[in-house]
Design a protein around this ligand. Sequence first.
Ligand code: NAD
Length: 499
Amino acid sequence: MLTKRDLPRCEQFIGGKFLPSVSGKYFPLISPETEEVTAEVANSTAEDVETAVQAALHAFKHSKWRLSPELRIVTLRKLAAKLRENMPAIVEAEARVTGRPIREMRAQLGRLPEWYDYFASVAETLEDTLPPFGRGYLNYTRREPLGVVGLLTPWNHPLLILTKKLAPALAAGNAVVIKPSELAPVTINMLAELIHDSGMPEGIVNVVHGLGSVAGKALAQNKALSKIDLTGGTPTGREVAAAAGRNLIKVAAELGGKATSIVFDDVDLTAAVNGTVFAGYIASGQTCVQGARVLVSDKMYDRFCAAFVEKVSKLRVGPPLDNRTDIGPLVAKRQLDRVVKLIETGIREGATLAYGKAPVPDTGWYVSPTVFTDVTNDMTVAQEEIFGPVVCILRYQSEKEAIELANGTRFGLGMAIWTNDIRRAHHVAEQLEADIIWINDHHRIGPASPWGGFKESGVGRENGIDCYKDYSRLKNVIAKITADPFDWFDGAATDKRYS
Ligand code: NAD
């Protein structure tokens, strides 16, 4: 049973044991709230990554995990139960490390056990197939695990995103090496402890820490992997996909976004404002499907902007562990600097700063929730992923223009439509270039519901049966079940055949 405690030293988890890096070096983990060092993190090297991959390979080949769906199903359900039991300590640690308000972390992490239960059920119920083949043959398919899979994860939803990859990877019978973000390693180690306690064979799950440019790169390039699955920025996605291409292995990449909400003029103003403010400022805007661009009909633009600013001005900026906090500090100083710079760019390019002066604590990486109005689609703030509490409101004249503006970015991850007109909602949804379209809602996700970007937002799908299938490979067994004689080279055979 995990207890609430000071943040621990984060070692690597290899072959079922917590171990220091071969370098013996650590890097500091800094609190976004107090700017103090709160933990030391093992600075894993390429050598550590190789050790972890070999431990995973050994466990994959020699434990029962690969061969026993029964073991996997029981273990994953046990892990889900252990997660539920230990949730308060995990929630608190995740809020401390990321700076995200504890109320958000409670709501988000409370759902994680569903992923382990869901993928255990997929493993339990997914049937193989008997493709038609013709008389005299039994033709069937089998799904097999891939082998060792590398999982590279970001800091903004550390455990949620890892869980979306880990649950299907394990259910399908793979072994994994995880490289979490250097900014949020703590709850990954807490999960490793629970994995150990759930009775999973040692070496099936391994964790290395360290920098993306060192440990992440070494993992992405490792030749013993059968798949690499990344969630991160689009530039990282290009590098990781290139490494996977060189090694000819599967790749999945969930990348950057700049989600758009389209508000039509038939909506209830309060409902649309509540929904789009939630979309824009949850996670202090540090989420790939942040509703960063709101397109509002010219007929209600001024009314909408006034109500939006009024709502944003009431958001409470404060410490992550305070239940009343709506906006916590950003995760790292480098994020704060990036967000501040982009706000300055927005002002310089002519957007109107309609709100941006909430009082923020002196210490910690806080930035005021910010609203830009009079934004045009060519402005940097309308196009670049800011990843902070900054929302741009754009104006449109017609449904056609709204769709063009919504599709007018290089990203394609999540969009929302706010309207009471059912016909219009589905007609517009059909034309939007994004993987998930919410109608009168935002940020909804479930383990069975496919997730993965269009355009530069990524390749592959998380969640659902397709994701499970992507963590396995298909084998076809064609069995001749008659005793009919066959000798091609006696010259008598004339049947058509493939070869
Ligand atoms: P990041 O790309 O900097 O890092 C992601 C992970 O990759 C980290 O573990 C990092 O250490 C590692 N990494 C970095 N460079 C690497 C390299 N060259 N080779 C191998 N690994 C490397 O991303 P971040 O700042 O941690 O996360 C924010 C980004 O993630 C945003 O762009 C956001 O949109 C995206 N994101 C996408 C989704 C989605 O579902 N599409 C969800 C959450 C976050």
